[in-house]
Design a protein around this ligand. Structure first.
Ligand code: SF4
Length: 729
């Protein structure tokens, strides 16, 4: 099929690449120049095509009677008839909301839109949410309340290289999206500052000019302290605060309580480092510019929205948003994390970032969909709350899953598996037999990235084209086809299309007039212009690469300071669970690992999860490098291989989350939710460490196992004497 210009299968950087298919159908990846990656690809991108021909690829629908029995192959007609029948039976017996949908941040805009519409029009259920709830929801909530809009970056990524100072709170782009680093390196090469707040001295920190080794769960206190210094030391931009913002006085009253010595005691970040951070950001603000970015480390907390808000407050005090090469942004994680939250698969949203409880929004979207506004359900619960309700009294009894491996990616993982088992029917659409698919009654094999056309919206808010490079295997259908066929069986097929460009054109109409307005973006324009930034309300509008230069989309045109207070993590360390656990990613794996664990080169590069432990903590815990360790919280446990390192605080351990079964660290993490964003507290919980002893010839067993001998261990003890002088840069 020749060479096709497209973008990567995985993260929100959406690196540009070419795919070249040879006569035998083998596909080769090549780099392609684009403003975000400038020809760079990471190892995941280089190997992305390997999954296309994987022997583990699902190529036929699978059914089974009873969750423990074997799957049998089925035709699409048989499988869809069964799914439609289960939906009808469930809704007849238990009501419309008894069928639920969970989507994913990797779906194209067309699929995310169609999924939201399918839930509201074909199923007429309120119960739909998506895994972006675990990714961007805190940053989105904070941005909306401060700026009246939620777009990951307010400017094109290359603007970053032009700025004078960057602070990243809780992000490790050197491992999650390596080509991003060239933009940060340019800042440093020009004499600028790169400051990273992270409990670990990560690969990104190695490139920084200053490391803030913040204790997990205390980023909010650090942000309040930085605002305190900015104001107290005379760095606040009084004219900007006066002219372009509201709410400063109340916010300052809260931050005034966070003097630097108090912040050092709570966060572990020295007064010296706090002052240096603010001085460098302020110098940037007076010169080439300054940028504050957040990522999951700061956001995936039960106070994630307030943490991001506090960092936005800092940028407002320094007068950054709307100025050249300056402002606040969040680094989106999933491939279409941005577009996925704009077009209606979120529990409280309709396309165009409209609120589902807004009568005008309902009327507009219902008009596009050809239904009565009163037919549309109201807002539903967030992803984790929805999962908690599965199979419970009054909760959903049938669940459709698209593009998410919730058995691995949700907190308190064993509970999640229990809730899935309590369902009457679980239907999973996927490309491989993920841990969630393996629990299903019906598994439907769907197209993957290089086999479909569509659009994605990258971390900058730039809408780009995903192009089909190869035909899918026989027996595989796109989710657009699947949803249309299922809607047909439910009596609403006339309102759905399986053609992605037709779906996108409808999305444009549905989003028109909304915050995320795509009305002027067409596939032809994207092809001609290499991408278009939303909002873009008309065919003649140029798109909006840079936000806020002329004001903020709030009722009075001003950005809003919002006063917030620090509070401890939902779960703190104690005698039984004396160590903090934080989680994250490794370079060679992506999200739940369902795809990347099946790419041979990536699987070989990282065969199992490791647990990063400082030698001091390991010594107190009786652990040595290479030991297996069981990480135990009040909710469950996970096993990983000890990796001794001085790059982590001695009161904290780190474990990546790309594996399932007893290697799944999300069996341990805390589902305590942020009160606004409903984001679970993935990034901090209290654990103890138990050395695992594997009997000769045995392997590490699961809870209650009868296999290998597992001996509990000496308890680890907390430490109080580590400071940034230890392992910090
Ligand atoms: Fe793909 Fe992200 Fe790697 Fe780029 S950085 S190649 S988009 S996984």
């Amino acid at each position: 099929m020749g060479t096709t210009a497209t973008h990567c299968a995985y993260c929100a950087l959406q690196c540009a690449m070419t795919l070249t298919a040879d006569a035998g159908g083998r596909v080769t990846v090549g780099p392609r120049d684009f403003p975000t990656n400038r020809g760079g690809l990471c190892q995941k991108g280089w190997t992305a095509a390997d999954l296309l021909g994987s022997p583990e690829r699902l190529t036929t629908p699978l059914l089974r009677d009873g969750r423990s029995g074997p799957f049998r192959e089925a035709t699409w007609d048989e499988a869809l008839e069964i799914v439609a029948g289960r939906i009808r039976d469930t809704q007849r017996a238990h009501g419309r909301d008894a069928v639920a949908v969970l989507g994913g941040g990797g779906l194209t805009n067309e699929k995310a839109y169609q999924l939201g519409k399918f839930a509201r029009v074909a199923l007429r259920t309120k119960n739909i949410d998506y895994n972006g709830r675990y990714c961007m929801s805190s940053a989105a909530a904070a941005s909306n309340r401060a700026f009246g809009i939620d777009r990951g970056l307010p400017f094109p990524l290359p603007d970053l290289a032009e700025t004078g100072a960057v602070l990243i709170a809780g992000g490790n782009v050197a491992e999650t999206m390596p080509p991003f680093v060239q933009h940060l390196a340019a800042v440093v090469d020009r004499g600028g500052s790169l400051i990273i707040a992270d409990p670990r001295r990560t690969a990104t920190v190695e490139r920084a000019t200053l490391h803030l080794p913040v204790m997990p769960g205390t980023d909010l206190a650090l942000a309040l302290g930085l605002l305190h210094i900015a104001v107290a030391d005379g760095h606040a931009d009084r004219a900007y605060i006066q002219d372009r913002t509201t709410g400063f006085e109340e916010t300052w009253r809260a931050a005034a309580q966070w003097w630097p010595e108090r912040v050092e005691r709570v966060t572990g970040v020295s007064v010296l480092a706090q002052r240096a951070t603010v001085a460098q950001l302020a110098a940037g603000a007076r010169g080439r510019g300054a940028v504050v970015l957040t990522a999951r480390g700061a956001e995936q907390q039960s106070k994630g929205t307030d943490t991001v808000t506090a960092l936005i407050n800092l940028t407002l005090a320094l007068g950054l948003p709307g100025k050249p090469h300056s402002g606040f942004g969040c680094i989106t994680g999933q491939g279409n994390g941005q577009g996925g939250r704009e077009h209606g698969q979120k529990a409280d949203q309709l396309p165009g970032y409209r609120k589902i409880d807004d009568p005008a929004a309902r009327a507009h979207v219902a008009g596009v969909w050809g239904v009565d506004p009163d037919e549309l359900p109201g807002p539903g619960p967030s992803a984790y709350e929805l999962i908690e309700s599965l199979g419970a009294d009054g909760g959903p009894r049938t669940l459709l899953v698209h593009g998410t491996n919730l058995a691995v990616s949700s907190p308190r993982g064993r509970r999640v598996v229990e809730r899935l088992a309590a369902l009457d029917t679980l239907v999973v659409c996927d490309v491989v037999m993920s841990e969630t698919a393996a629990l299903a009654d019906v598994v439907l094999p769907v197209t993957q990235w290089a086999e479909e056309d569509g659009t994605m919206t990258n971390l900058e808010g730039r809408v780009i084209r995903r192009r089909r490079a190869v035909a899918p295997p026989p027996g595989v259908r796109s989710e657009l086809e699947m949803l249309t066929a299922l809607a047909d069986r439910l009596g609403r097929g006339d309102r759905f299309s399986a053609d992605p460009e037709t779906v996108f054109d409808e999305l444009r109409r549905a989003s028109a007039g909304g915050i995320a307005d795509y009305a002027g973006i067409s596939w032809d324009r994207i092809d001609a212009e290499g991408g278009v930034f939303w909002p873009c309300p008309s065919d003649t509008h140029p798109g909006t690469p840079r936000l806020f230069a002329d004001g903020f989309p709030t009722p009075d045109g001003r950005a809003r300071f919002v006063a917030v207070e620090h509070r401890p993590p939902a779960e703190d360390v104690d005698a039984d669970h004396p160590v903090y656990l934080t989680t994250g990613r490794v370079l060679q794996q992506y999200q739940s690992g369902a795809q990347t664990r099946r790419v041979p080169a990536l699987a070989a590069a990282v065969t199992e999860p490791h647990v990063e432990i400082h030698p001091d903590l390991a010594g107190r815990s009786g652990l040595a490098d290479g030991d297996l360790v069981r990480v135990v919280s009040r909710r469950g446990d996970a096993v990983g291989r000890v990796r001794l390192t001085t790059t982590i605080r001695p009161d904290t351990v780190f474990m990546p989350f790309h594996w399932g079964g007893e290697q799944a660290v999300n069996r341990v993490t805390n589902p305590a939710l942020d009160p606004i964003s409903r984001m679970p507290e993935f990034k901090v919980c209290a654990v103890r460490l138990e050395r695992v002893v594997v009997s000769q010839g045995g392997s590490c067993g699961t809870d209650g196992d009868t296999g290998p001998e597992v001996s509990p261990s000496r308890r680890s003890r907390p430490t109080a004497d580590w400071s940034e002088g230890g392992s910090a840069a």
